[in-house]
Design a protein around this ligand. Structure first.
Ligand SMILES: [Zn+2]
Length: 334
């Protein structure tokens, strides 16, 4: 009987089992890549891949942020099974960003492996949560795999973001929310708009991703920073969501005179939207995360009920220890 081999490689992992070789979130010559989503830390050397399997959302968001689309790609939908050299590969919603995917890999002898990519077990406004499926082997991210990363409820975090925005606006200050351009920026925009707060998107990258969300059914009515209405909006009071405060400031300087742009920039109050705003990385902001927190990771692993768990990302070693305490056989990939 073959043994399953998992080795870290570039931005991902190479899986080998018998004659099967798959690259997970990395490009390797002679192998098919399973691409979980298009964040920069998951898309290394896709040009080397024989072919890349991913959802339309993943390829669209990759392209929207300037990524080169792999020439040989297989577009899959959630719950759709692709048969590749006798292996059944099923794409499953990961709840992390638009198009994000976990892959269930079923080998000819019946062994089932689940690769999570990055995933979130909590519903966000624009992404449905990931749900566990049974597998013999779980290959899971462990980004927040320590008990110091337990997030408040999504509703509470949403309320705190809206409150901070409303309070800033009442003081004549424009709240500036700093969030990744893919995923969290769109959730922040949707949240603020639902609560009656106008939103300017602070840089080009967010706008391009918002267009993709719109094509996929989420119409985010943000106003681009380059719009002629931005001056009025900022004076009347609006929130700004940006993934690059530096670019936002550059745009403002280009659009307004030196004095006016200085006054506008001075009237902005920055907040960070990230899980890292908790704990030792504490900074002004809110723990709006596209990842599962510690308890979410733990419950998910128990739900998969695997014989063995392999953990990757930061905190893999620590999370493996916690999984072992919970009775699971866990190994960090290092
Ligand atoms: Zn990610």
């Amino acid at each position: 009987m073959s043994t399953l081999s998992l080795k870290k490689h570039g931005t991902g992992i190479v899986l080998e089992y018998g004659k099967v070789k798959l690259a997970l979130d990395t490009g390797v010559q002679g192998a098919t890549t399973l691409l979980s989503h298009s964040h920069a830390d998951h898309i290394g050397r896709l040009d080397r891949a024989d072919q890349v399997i991913g959802t339309k959302g993943t390829f669209d968001t990759h392209s929207a942020r300037g990524g080169k689309l792999p020439a040989n790609r297989i577009v899959v939908e959630y719950q759709q099974m692709t048969v590749l050299n006798g292996v059944n590969i099923t794409a499953i919603n990961a709840g992390h960003v638009l198009g994000s995917t976990m892959f269930l890999i079923e080998f000819e002898n019946g062994l089932r492996a689940l690769f999570t990519g990055d995933f979130n077990v909590v519903d966000s406004i624009v992404h449905e949560r990931a749900r566990p499926v049974k597998a013999d082997v779980l290959i899971t991210e462990a980004t927040y795999g320590s008990p110091s990363w337990i997030f408040p409820s999504r509703v509470e975090t949403h309320e705190n973001i809206v409150k901070a925005a409303a309070n800033s606006l009442a003081e004549g200050v424009n709240p500036l929310f700093n969030a990744y351009s893919l995923g969290k920026a769109q959730e922040a925009i949707a949240l603020l708009q639902r609560r009656g707060i106008s939103v300017v998107s602070g840089n080009h990258s967010i706008d391009e991703v918002c267009k993709v969300y719109s094509h996929h059914g989420f119409d985010l009515k943000q106003v681009p920073i380059t719009s002629k209405d931005v001056g009025d909006l900022i004076v009347r009071g609006c929130a700004i969501v940006t993934s690059s405060p530096r670019h936002t400031e550059q745009h403002i300087r280009r659009m307004f005179g030196k004095m006016e742009s200085r006054a506008i920039i001075d009237r902005m109050r920055p907040y960070s939207l990230s899980g890292w705003t908790l704990g030792k990385f504490k900074q002004r902001g809110f723990p709006l995360s596209a990842h599962s927190d510690y308890l979410g990771l733990l419950e998910f692993a128990k739900g998969v009920d695997p014989k063995v768990v392999y953990c990757f990302t930061e905190n893999a070693r620590e999370f493996s220890g916690h999984l072992a305490e919970a009775g699971l056989n866990a190994v960090p990939l290092e």
